[in-house]
Structures are given as C-alpha cells and as structure tokens.
Design a protein. Structure first.
Length: 401
C-alpha cells in the first residue's frame, strides 16, 4: 500500500497512480513470459535472492531521491518498472519449490498450499495494519525504507534457509545454456497450458480478474479512502481486515479442504470475491460496511490460491513446473498492467461511482466462467494424463514431484 498512497499523496492524481501501477506491472508480465527456463538454469534459490535484493534496492531509492529533492515522476515509474521486472521470477522461483518442500515435510500438498498462502496473507495482514499506522505517523516515504528492509530480510532467509534443498539449485537440462534449448523449454510450458482445458480456463479467467483487481487496489480503493473515508489509517484497516479473512480462509482450507469438492468451493468463493465489494464501496461512505465486506471477501479469497496451486501441481509433471508456472503467471498478468491505468483514467473521466460499478459488473461476468464451462469441473479429478506426459521429454506416467 506504500507506493500507491505515496503517489496519491505526492501528486494528488488518480491517473498518475494508474500510470505508476502500469509501469510496475508491465515488466512483471514480460519477465514471467520468459522466466521459466532461466529459473531452472540459474537455480531457484539464487533467483529468489537476487529478486529480493534488486526489488529492495529499487524501493529504497524512491524515498532517497525524494529526500534529496530530485525525484521526478519518470524516475518513480522507472524504479517501479525495475521492481516489476524482478518480481515475477522471484515469486515463481519460490512457488515451484512448494511440492518438494511439502514432500520433505511429509505434508499433503493441499495443506502445504494452504499454509504457504496463509503465511503470505499473514504478512499482508500485519503489513497493512502496521503500514497504515506508520504512513499516518511517519509519512509514506519513510515507510518505503521499511518496505525495502523487508526485502533484505527475505533475501537472507532464502539464502540460508534453502541451502540444503536440492530442488532449489540449478536443474538439469537437455541443452544447458543454449538459446535454442531455452526457446524449446519455454514453448513447452505454453503448449502444455494451451493443451489442458482446465489450466487454459484458469488462465483466461484470472487474466481478466487480475486486471480488475489491479484497478481496485492501485486506484479505486485508495481514491475511495482518500475522498470518502479517513485517510491512510482507514486504508490500512481495510486491507488488514481483508488479509485477516484471507489468512483464516487459507488456513481453514489447508486443514479441512480435502473433505470437500474443489469445483463448488472455488466457484462460490470467486463469486463472493468479485462484485460485492465494488457495490458496497459505491454505495457507502463509512468504513464499517466496507470493512465487513472486505473481511468476508478475504475469507473467500483465502481458499482460491490453495485450490489453484494444488490443481496445477497435480496436473503438471514435475519437470515442467517452472516453465508452466511462468507461463500461467504471465497469462494471469497480461492484462494486469492495464487495470490500474484504465481505472485511473476512468475515474478522471467518468467519476469514482460509475467506474466502481462498471468494474464490479465486469468482475461478475468473469467469475461466472466456472458455472458456464464444464472444463472447470475437472478440478476435482486433476492429474497428468499419459498422452500429455508422453509429449514431454523425459515424461512418464508417474505423478509429478
């Protein structure tokens, strides 16, 4: 929340907040598109550490330039682009280690996915609550220094915590270091997604909803809080309520999720996550109704990532995890850079009320996809088929690692 609020505080422009969000997200898409083979070549641990160090340095540079009085808007956009460029490979490098770590811990994959997402939600909850208070007390630029420090802590934890994990090192490749081999491996990831209806459906729906979510988090919610609520403190409370709900949802699903069919749980949860928050935000100017809605939305949202992660790791052969996860991440984020940009300009031209309802309506149509298309029901019986694995070099009929 530090950067969106910093932009609104320093420029007063929703459109500029959208431009900064665009500059931050576009490189994420570009690096995700080509990141899979590179992650396997360099090693997941090294990529994760490098990602955190570069992102932390870029975030710290923003308040430094502001303090010496030389920060310009184009510099802010450039620094956010750097964080975006390194963010996706680092996130993918950490995510693909989940099946291996779950196996080492003797833990069911669904439970590990719930705990992994729960830890992320817990960090978001604490960060949002503390961040809102610190922005009010210290100002947004000083909070960015703390944000940069958190990247450094993460880099240290990855560097020392994953040294004994073989899957965190460079992975064996048929054609190591060759550009042609990298291109072939990259194509395999996209071809696997395109040939798997369930994964393709997840990518297409998430492509739309991630873009709409970016418009909400980068523009609509901060502008709504600034104009109608009490400022950064209320923004921190709202995001903390969402994170608390999401943490609860992720942990509960990780514990009892195996008892329920995935498709109906996923479908109902996504409908709750979508349009309701936009409607409540459009028709309320007090924090309580929106806070209650965001807590409920968070509870539903908490079950989505564990379900999608479990389905993907059960569907994709182990040797393709980095490549397919990079491909799905890129597809998820293709429209995301435009979400904040479009929301910023729509608020400026049509107003906050109309923009909020329009984006909420688009979200509703997107979340109806699991109800309409039968491929989504395969969530309850995923698994790599012999036909798919036989087309993968080195593939077999075994379960993915």
């Amino acid at each position: 929340m530090g950067v969106p609020w910093f932009v609104l505080q320093s420029t007063g422009s929703a459109a500029k907040a959208g431009v900064v969000a665009f500059c931050a997200m576009l490189p994420v898409v570009l690096s995700a598109m080509a990141g899979g083979p590179v992650i396997d070549l360099i090693g997941r641990r090294r990529v994760g550490v490098a990602s955190d160090l570069v992102c932390g340095a870029a975030v710290a540079t923003i308040p430094l330039l502001q303090l010496v009085g030389v920060l310009r808007f184009w510099m802010l956009c450039g620094l956010m682009a750097v964080t975006g460029l390194f963010h996706a490979p680092g996130e993918t490098a950490r995510g693909v280690l989940l099946p291996a770590l779950a196996e080492r811990a003797g833990m069911p994959l669904a439970r590990a996915a719930g705990l992994y997402d729960g830890a992320s939600r817990c960090a978001g909850m604490i960060g949002s609550a503390v961040g809102g208070v610190l922005i009010t007390v210290l100002g947004a630029q000083h909070v960015l220094f703390l944000d940069a420090g958190s990247f450094a802590v993460s880099a240290v934890l990855l560097a020392f915590g994953l040294r004994a994990v073989a899957e965190a090192g460079p992975q064996a490749r048929a054609e190591p270091g060759l550009p042609r081999g990298c291109r072939r491996e990259l194509t395999e990831g996209y071809r696997y997604v395109a040939g798997t209806p369930l994964l393709l459906g997840v990518c297409l729906m998430t492509l739309v909803t991630r873009g709409l979510d970016q418009g909400w988090s980068a523009v609509l919610l901060p502008v709504h809080v600034r104009d109608k609520l009490g400022g950064a403190g209320d923004l921190g409370v709202l995001e903390a309520l969402f994170s608390a709900g999401a943490l609860t949802g992720a942990l509960v699903y990780g514990w009892v999720g195996r008892r329920f069919r995935r498709w109906p749980v996923f479908t109902v949860a996504f409908l709750i996550v979508g349009m309701p928050r936009f409607v409540v935000a459009a028709f309320t100017d007090t924090v309580t109704p929106l806070g209650v809605m965001m807590a409920i939305e968070g509870l539903a949202c908490g079950v989505l990532n564990p379900i999608m992660a479990t389905v993907m790791y059960e569907t994709v052969p182990g040797q393709l995890h980095s490549r397919v996860l990079s491909a799905t991440t890129a597809s998820f984020l293709t429209v995301t850079p435009l979400g904040g940009l479009a929301a910023g300009f729509l608020v400026g031209s049509a107003g906050l009320f109309a923009t909020t309802l329009a984006i909420g309506g688009a979200y509703l149509f997107a979340t109806l996809s699991p109800v309409i298309f039968p491929a989504w029901k395969q969530m309850d019986a995923p698994g790599p088929t012999h036909a798919r694995l036989s087309s993968v070099p080195g593939g077999s009929g075994s379960e993915p690692a």
